[in-house]
Write a protein that binds this ligand. Structure first.
Ligand code: NAD
Length: 481
């Protein structure tokens, strides 16, 4: 098939590369000429593992092109994905300006030569598929008033669930594919498009192996509105799950329980599941906050006040501030102190800083008169460029960051931080205080290395010899910390 992807951000570039790897011919379109120029040279404009190699393979397989010229791409396309940004407005509502512009331009570029499917992959409020259909229709009407009704198209909603940092493998090996469609022909085309992913009968690209045991991916076919709602409900639930782990961790700290043990203990319950239960400085990124705000806004439009969604936002905001409180408990005065942030990106393996907890923490510390140093293996440059208002000292290594600092804060759990020489790091610091905002380190090892350690929901304390387990089956299943 000839696939067009509008928007070459995190979602659009990865989607385009994957469809092309699966054998479809893909044209990616963006209004940002600088981005397109780099992509034409084979350089991804984002940091995402496997993406550069996949783009190379994609060019050899289905073929992939990058352009700013939407009209010929749409005219030749069978399936047109909209993957533009839907950032939040100050009111919390999703900004639909990019979506609206894309939908209108699609309409204006269509002719009656074939049936096309316009797919909404951007995360959009409930009802936007109807809006897209109307805007495409208006675009057609404005460009070709005479042939308005002869131009045929269907609309699909195909929300994206990829996670930054593992976007390529998430796209090739998804847990499920959700498609809402306006009619049977549209659904049939979407099923054909996704057939290789559903059947999992393609050769995995080098370095991105198929998960063991994966033979088939479920394709969930729904109404347009349900597909839109599934995306919001999934993100709201995941954010709430992390928020729940953080609430429990805060209680654990007060009663002297170890949150990581508690979460491991509840995560073994198959009704709960072990993932997204790590206490820390809270979630960030371009999706959770934006999508919860948008869902709250939609609910309010229908006269419903969602208390759980609001609480999820409040808990997350408080969790970011918890870092400041922990530093105050350790240092009392923050004015004039030097605080080192280990990590800036909102999560490891990405350079994305949108709604990153690091930004809040850095801003508050600066407002309170602290000096803030930072080191992120990938996102230093992005932060320097995107946040010139933050007067941060960018470091090139952990040693540089630790040198002379009064405290270090783990903000992003980059894999490479796990192998830091803790004793050497502590030795370089003015005060060896470690606020482990991601529970990355073993508290006892950190204390043994000379750190005054504090994690999230954990209390370093000498352990007594554990009691022999009473029930062997349960003990065998408990993870060893
Ligand atoms: N980033 C994620 O992890 C993720 C995951 C799932 C869903 N989503 C959703 O997918 C959508 C895209 O997210 P993203 O992170 O890829 O966004 P992004 O900001 O990284 O990229 C959006 C791109 O769209 C381009 N664009 C804007 N208007 C355009 C137009 N009219 N024509 C052509 N290009 C245009 C921009 O120049 C930009 O390159 C959002 O709705 C987001 O909520 C994102």
């Amino acid at each position: 098939m000839r696939v067009v992807v509008i928007g070459t951000g995190y979602v659009g570039t990865v989607t385009g590369a994957c469809f092309s790897y699966l054998g479809h011919h893909v044209t990616c379109v963006d209004t940002d000429a600088a981005k397109i120029l780099r992509l034409q040279r084979g350089e991804p404009t984002i940091y995402e593992p496997h993406l550069e190699a996949l783009l190379r393979l994609a060019a050899e397989r289905g073929g992939i092109e990058f352009t700013t010229d939407l009209r010929p791409a749409v005219a030749a396309g069978d399936v047109i994905f909209i993957a533009v940004g839907t950032p939040p407005l100050p009111s919390g509502e999703a900004n639909l300006a990019y979506l609206e512009a894309a939908a209108r331009s699609i309409g204006a570029s269509m002719d009656g030569s074939r049936f096309r499917v316009v797919v909404n992959k951007s995360t959009v409020p409930v009802g936007c598929s109807n809006l897209v259909e109307t805007l495409v229709r208006e675009g057609i009407g404005e460009a070709h008033p005479a042939e308005d009704r002869s131009v045929r198209f269907g609309v699909a909603s195909n929300p994206e669930f990829l996670r930054e940092g593992c976007a390529v493998t998430d796209s090739l090996y998804p847990d499920r594919i959700v498609v809402g469609a306006s009619d049977d022909s549209t659904m049939e085309i979407m099923c054909q498009l996704y057939a290789p992913l559903v059947a999992q009968d393609f050769d995995p690209p080098p370095g991105a192996a198929r998960p063991a045991g994966m033979t088939r991916v479920p394709l969930v076919s729904t109404t347009l509105t349900s597909a839109e709602m599934i995306k919001y409900a999934a993100n709201a639930f995941l954010a709430m799950k992390i928020g729940f782990a953080n609430e429990m961790a805060n209680i654990c700290e007060r009663v002297g329980a170890e949150a990581t043990e508690v979460m491991a203990g509840i995560g073994l319950d198959s009704r709960i599941g072990a993932r997204f239960l790590s206490p820390g400085v809270g979630w960030g990124g371009s999706c959770f906050g934006k999508d919860i705000h948008a869902l709250l806004h939609t609910a309010r439009e229908y006269g419903y006040e969602s208390k759980l969604l609001q609480a999820s936002l409040d808990v997350n905001a408080a969790q970011r501030h918890m870092v400041i409180q922990k530093l105050q408990e350790k240092l009392f005065i923050l004015k004039g102190r030097t605080i080192g942030l280990l990590g800036l990106a909102f999560k490891p393996d990405t350079d994305d800083l949108r709604d990153a907890p690091s930004l809040y923490i850095a801003e508050r510390l600066l407002q309170m008169g602290a000096r803030v140093k930072c080191f992120d293996p990938i996102a230093n440059e992005a932060c320097r460029e995107q946040h010139p208002e933050l007067r941060l000292r960018y470091c090139q290594s952990v040693a540089d960051l630790a040198s002379g600092s009064d405290a270090l804060v783990v903000v992003t759990e980059w894999q490479q931080f796990r192998s830091i020489d803790l004793a050497e790091t502590a030795r370089l610091m003015a005060k060896p205080i470690l606020v482990d905002g991601r529970n990355l380190f073993d508290p006892e090892a950190a204390v043994a290395a000379g750190f005054d350690y504090t994690g999230v929901g954990r209390t370093p304390r000498p352990r007594t010899t554990p009691h022999p387990p009473r029930e062997e089956g349960f003990a065998a299943r408990m993870p060893v910390s």
